[in-house]
Design a binder for this molecule. Structure first.
Ligand SMILES: [Zn+2]
Length: 452
């Protein structure tokens, strides 16, 4: 089959996140099929291609990488009973609602959440689905990702320790541990693609130390390592989480993770707001990743994750919007902004720059997901990028520094998004989905789910 080519040219600024961190004026890139073959000033690139997009007046960035989400929660945003609690209270109010989820709800909420992410500059997302009532399966998320065309790391979450065994979730929403491991193995064998430019990877992801057993954590790690796939869970999210760990296991969450074999470059933990100095040192030494979710941490008053200390120590850090019931926005560039602002609240005005915040959401996310083919615009990288129109109202007066404008200002939706060489958003419209119809269907399902 002949190569299909795409030429992007005349971008006001093209942010590469390459080794030199080049920001190219009047920049462009040349794509063959799903990968970038050339990046540079427009006049240095080929003059024609199968498709040419002139991005005069736009800024182009590497596609953002979302390292933590629960997309089904898009159906339960701003639920009155769960608006004002901390993590455990918030979960306890939502579990009974989530127990009514159906396969159709998983599919439609995944499409909705992905559309929102893509329109905010995100091209790769993980999703952590850990509740499987009424025939719901991770397959329903994976099918939605393929439909919309998003690069996807599907995390097979699970809960096995219900209230009767001292866990937090009601018994009705937990699964049998042998069944969890069998289904996880089935998903890896059916969907996991280890190749470069993979659009679909599977992750082994028991929900959290307070909802599964020590055995399941250990066996999950063994399964993941047998297949060479990544591991993901929630860790050290707030002070109650720490207290549970000390009481139940006699250890800090980081010590527990180490004891279970849940450290290494193939592991990333969500939140880590309460990771202590020893934990930071352990994560840095072992290359264990962290998904930082600033909006969720603020929403649930979990605290300020010590991202400055983690980055200084060498811990890989990516960014996540977290589930839509604890954010309740799924806007990745806005999350970049919140990451910058929250570090400054905690650690001073020089705690994070705009460029570092964007780096966490691109190169940082790629590292956390254990990938070297996304996160930067350079020859040989996947053709994943987003373009924002610099002439929008939220950026008016900020064009002295277009990259910083994206982070500091209030930004609208992307003008273009290209994922794996395919134009998924064109002139602000998603090309792979009827968005208004999807939102309408999503809202109907949300109403049905919450009303019971
Ligand atoms: Zn989460």
């Amino acid at each position: 089959m002949p190569n299909k080519t795409l030429l992007i040219r005349n971008a006001e600024s093209l942010v590469t996140m390459d080794a030199q961190r080049r920001e190219i004026r009047q920049g462009g890139l040349f794509v063959e099929n799903n990968r970038i073959v050339a990046v540079g000033p427009s006049e240095t690139l080929p003059h024609s291609a199968d498709e040419v997009i002139d991005l005069r007046g736009h800024i182009v960035i590497p596609g953002l990488i979302n390292t933590h989400h629960h997309m089904y929660q898009s159906l339960t945003r701003a639920v009155p009973a769960a608006q004002n609690g901390e993590l455990f209270n918030w979960l306890s109010n939502l579990y009974p609602i989530w127990a009514r989820l159906t396969p159709e709800m998983i599919g439609v909420s995944t499409l909705t959440a992905m559309a929102e992410l893509i329109l905010s500059g995100c091209t790769t997302s993980s999703d952590h689905l850990y509740i499987y009532p009424n025939g719901c399966q991770l397959d329903h998320s994976i099918e939605a990702a393929a439909q919309i065309g998003m690069r996807f790391h599907a995390s097979r979450g699970s809960m096995s320790v219900g209230q009767s065994k001292g866990g937090l979730p009601p018994d009705a929403v937990v699964e049998d541990e042998a069944a969890i491991l069998r289904d996880t193995q089935r998903l890896i064998e059916t969907y996991h693609d280890a190749d470069r430019y993979a659009m679909q990877r599977v992750v082994v992801a028991p929900c959290s130390p307070f909802s599964v057993s020590r055995d399941l954590m250990r066996e999950a790690a063994a399964l993941a390592r047998h297949y060479g796939v990544s591991l993901h869970t929630h860790l050290a999210e707030n002070v109650n989480d720490i207290a549970y760990s000390r009481e139940k296991f006699g250890m800090t969450p980081a010590e527990y993770a180490q004891d279970l074999g849940w450290v290494g470059h193939d592991v990333w933990h969500a939140h880590c707001v309460q990771l202590d100095a020893q934990g930071i040192e352990l994560f840095a030494r072992t290359g264990t990743g962290v998904a930082h979710c600033p909006c969720s941490n603020m929403r649930l008053a979990s605290g300020i994750a010590p991202i400055r200390k983690m980055r200084d120590a060498g811990v890989p850090v990516g960014l996540g919007v977290d589930g839509s019931a604890s954010n309740d926005a799924g806007h990745m560039m806005s999350e970049v902004r919140q990451a910058l602002l929250l570090q400054r609240v905690g650690f001073g005005p020089d705690a994070m720059t705009a460029r570092e915040a964007l780096e966490i959401a691109t190169l940082g996310g790629a590292k956390v997901l254990n990938r070297d083919d996304i996160g930067a615009l350079a020859p040989g990288m996947a053709a994943d990028f987003a373009a924002f129109d610099l002439r929008q109202i939220g950026l008016a007066g900020a064009l002295h520094d277009p990259l910083a404008a994206l982070v500091f200002c209030n930004l609208g939706a992307v003008a273009y998004s290209v994922i794996n060489g395919r134009v998924v958003v064109r002139e602000g419209q998603i090309a792979t989905l009827d968005l208004p119809a999807t939102i309408e269907r999503h809202n109907r399902l949300a109403q049905r789910l919450v009303a019971g």
